[in-house]
Ligand binder design. Structure first.
Ligand code: DER
Length: 234
């Protein structure tokens, strides 16, 4: 799986991080370290006058530990290219994101980018969302509203198994980089076949900060395969 992640990341960087690209968004998760690895291989000369924008604390650490210059979205509101992972992508490049609980900042940097690219291993390459990623749609919510959002998801949006994401290495719920909670909400295949509509209906719930459905924002997705090939979706 790691070889597949590296393959996807290297292909994406080689095709979409050009010499003229100076403002670069770096996503979150276990695939993006290979993106940074490949960018470093482009050499100090090329990276010296580039700025790298993070999508959370992990991404920030990745950039600083690589010795790359850290920037902020408030300084650089227009990004040349953002590359990020995904939990799943369908045929139309709609994605479920938020397995790493970073989807708010990820979506801000995805929408601010001229080009937004997804990189993943073969397990994320689906026809319909929810086929391979079955934990549910990650939804960032205000802690104050988390109980009412849970109730609305269960009673109004047909997600009876929606649950608050609990931390493993910390007592209590997962707390995001924005001091919010995450709810994972499984939906039916029928609902996930219309991700834009589902996204809109979830966003309307009071207390929802951001939804881990990325629709109409991915320019291309690269999936590393077990046989050493790469599948590209546009
Ligand atoms: O939370 C996210 O959307 C991250 O990009 C993450 O889930 C990507 O998954 P990965 O660890 O397989 O790259």
């Amino acid at each position: 799986v790691d070889a597949a992640k590296r393959l996807a990341a290297y292909t994406a960087v080689d095709r979409h991080v050009q010499p003229g690209d100076k403002i670069i968004g770096i996503g979150s998760g276990s695939t993006v370290p290979y993106v940074v690895e490949r960018i470093l291989q482009q050499g100090d000369e090329r990276n010296r006058d580039r700025v790298f924008l993070p999508t959370g604390f992990q991404s920030q650490q990745l950039i600083t530990l690589a010795g790359l210059r850290l920037g902020d979205i408030t300084q650089y509101p227009e990004i040349d290219v953002t590359i990020d992972g995904a939990d799943e992508a369908d045929t139309d490049l709609n994605c479920i994101k938020g397995g790493g609980a970073c989807q708010l900042r990820e979506k801000v940097l995805a929408e601010a980018a001229r080009t937004f690219i997804v990189v993943a291993d073969y397990r994320k390459n689906s026809t319909v969302l929810g086929t391979n990623y079955t934990s549910g749609v990650p939804i960032e919510v205000s802690p104050f509203a988390s109980t009412s959002v849970l109730r609305s998801l269960r009673t109004k949006l047909d997600s009876p198994n929606a649950t608050l994401r609990m931390a493993r290495a910390k007592a209590g719920p997962v707390v995001t980089d924005n001091s919010n909670f995450i709810i994972d909400a499984p939906f039916t295949e029928v609902a996930l076949r219309k991700p834009r509509e589902l996204l809109a209906s979830i966003k309307l719930l009071t207390g929802v900060v951001e939804v881990g459905l990325f629709c109409g924002v991915v320019k291309a997705a690269y999936f590393g395969n077990q046989d050493g090939s790469v599948t590209a979706k546009f």
